[in-house]
Design a protein. Structure first.
Lengths: 114, 450
């Protein structure tokens, strides 16, 4: 079994804003049901985290840019780590991720342990 | 009169044996556990002989304590080797003047038993040995009863216990002073052993229902001891001692005792929520004990249980301890399992109930995977989100060697695709080992019909 990083990306501009508590609860449920399904297969290494929208980008010569990064359509909103025998299996696990339903995507990357 | 005595001695054996053994072990050190056990066994032997001839003493428990104390003193005088090597150690360990004092006060028996819990749960022994030791030393079960509960023979259990005690001796496990890091380290093991101890009684295939219930009650008693003990409260006031105040002049012994009290108090602050959560879970589970078995010890499924037989008092206790458990900011698997068990105390099938159970199982799986949690989570998924989704998820789990997996799929396919349902149930029947499980599955197949 190898570990794979799932990177969730979406466009903040198209994300639903001003959600009602019910909508937020429904969204939490979709994520928990999905991640719970992976855990039920004993294939979850780390549920990971969400990332807050604002951030900084540090470039050479102390150039620091502010986020969110309106110039790029997709930014990282969260990540998880799953375990699978192959990239195909890890990819299969990513299907049904709630990020897909709101126009986002999942990038699947094998972790090369140092 | 005679009948009463035959009932009384096993009862006293169960309740007093463990207390006296714990106190003596704390006094002698775990390496002399056999001496402690011999002294207590001799005491009970004498009791059964004498009481049979002369009738019961006025206060049987006090009688046992006096005899055990005298036997200990005799032993210390008689055995010169012990007197030379061990008495010296005891003299420096225990607060004594000339006479060795055997303190069987409520406080000291509780403290000693609590300290013994940590010894018995030492990770130098494998889990099954720890449970065996707990049943033997903490609960006062005999080899035969333990063999009955584990569905094995006396020889196996006897050997297992001997090996485990030998290991404790070889590792020189101290009873006196669990240090804080030790307590930290071992608490999860202690709770696990108590949890497994309960399950041993709850899920055992043994036909002896009384024995199984006793094991469950013992697990609950020991968990309560973790929570309730005055040592745990860090309350150092001396109350209601039935043994006179110890003589001054043994500062070392007193310091040791205080160190133990303090570390246990610290333990309680940090971990009380976990122990409370475990006790809550055990109360909720135990509340269905009478409803989930028929007279032959066969399982009655949850859906078919008579809710009048659910013990409302235990349910209320479970709720109380669940509230107690909600202090602190850490959540353990016991919290989540107690939450799941709480929702099961409500029989009606509501959307709210199953949604809550599903989310609790989701969280439980994030903390710790287990096949049974994965299967139960999928059942809750069917109840909350519908069978169609649950079947897809169930087939991903692929626990094909587990009869419960096929039982689950049998259940999910029922009324969706009965042919597949029967196929899975037949697989389950082939894989199931216990008679009780086979019967439950056969009944389901019969209901679906050919």
């Amino acid at each position: 079994m190898k570990d794979f990083l799932l990177v969730y990306r979406t466009d903040y501009n198209t994300m639903p804003k001003g959600s009602s508590p019910e909508q937020m609860q429904a969204s939490t449920k979709r994520w928990m049901d999905w991640i719970g399904g992976i855990a039920a297969q004993n294939k979850l290494t780390d549920r990971g985290n969400r990332l807050v929208p604002s951030g900084k980008v540090v470039k050479a010569d102390n150039v620091i840019a502010d986020g969110p990064y309106t110039e790029i359509k997709e930014c990282i909103v969260g990540y998880s780590i799953v375990k699978a025998a192959s990239i195909e299996e890890a990819t299969e696990l990513s299907k049904g991720c709630p990020i897909l339903a709101i126009g986002g995507n999942v990038e699947v990357r094998e972790i090369n342990v140092l | 009169m005679y009948y009463k005595q035959t009932e009384l001695i096993p009862h006293l054996f169960r309740t007093e044996y463990r207390k006296i053994v714990s106190v003596l072990c704390k006094l002698f050190g775990i390496e002399h556990i056999e001496i402690a056990e011999d002294i207590v066994s001799d005491t009970f032997l004498l009791a059964s002989e004498l009481w049979g001839l002369k009738g019961l003493p006025e206060n049987p428990t006090a009688w046992l304590y006096v005899v055990a104390k005298n036997k200990t003193k005799d032993y210390l005088k008689r055995d010169s080797l012990f007197a030379q090597n061990i008495s010296k150690e005891i003299k420096s360990n225990a607060p004594i003047s000339e006479e060795i004092e055997i303190d069987l006060s409520v406080k000291n028996t509780n403290d000693s038993q609590l300290a013994m819990i940590f010894v018995v749960c030492h990770p130098c022994n494998p889990a099954e040995s720890r449970i065996g030791l707990a049943l033997n030393l903490l609960c006062g079960f005999g080899v035969e009863e333990i063999a009955n509960a584990f569905l094995t023979n006396k020889k196996v259990i006897y050997k297992r216990l001997q090996r485990a005690k030998e290991k404790l001796r070889a590792e020189k496990i101290k009873i006196e002073q669990p240090t804080l890091p030790e307590i930290d380290d071992r608490l999860s093991t202690v709770l696990m052993v108590l949890y497994l101890l309960f399950n041993e009684g709850y899920y055992s295939s043994s036909q002896d229902i009384t024995l199984r219930k006793d094991i469950c009650l013992e697990a609950m008693r020991l968990t309560s001891l973790l929570i309730d003990s005055r040592a745990c409260e860090g309350n150092e006031q001396d109350e209601e001692r039935d043994v006179p105040e110890r003589s001054e002049g043994n500062e070392q012994g007193r310091a040791r005792d205080e160190a133990l009290t303090k570390s246990l108090a610290k333990f309680s602050q940090m971990n009380k929520p976990f122990a409370n959560a475990l006790l809550s879970l055990l109360c909720f589970q135990a509340s269905r004990f009478d409803a989930r078995l028929n007279q032959n010890g066969e399982i009655i499924l949850y859906e078919e249980q008579d809710t009048d037989l659910w013990d409302q008092e235990l349910i209320a206790k479970g709720e109380y301890f669940l509230n107690q458990a909600s202090q602190g900011d850490k959540i353990s698997k016991y919290h989540l399992e107690a939450g799941i068990a709480y929702w099961h105390t409500i029989k009606a099938d509501t959307k709210e109930k199953w949604e809550n159970i599903l989310q609790l199982y989701n969280q439980l799986l994030l903390i710790e995977y287990s096949p049974i949690a994965a299967l139960n989570r999928t059942y809750a998924l069917a109840k909350a989100n519908g069978k169609k989704e649950a079947i897809i998820e169930a087939e991903k789990i692929k626990l094909t060697g587990n009869h419960l997996y096929h039982s689950l799929l049998g259940e999910l396919y029922t009324d969706v695709d009965n042919t597949k349902a029967i196929l899975h149930l037949q697989n389950a029947l082939a894989l199931a080992r216990s008679r009780a499980d086979k019967m439950v599955i056969s009944n389901k197949i019969c209901r679906l019909g050919p």
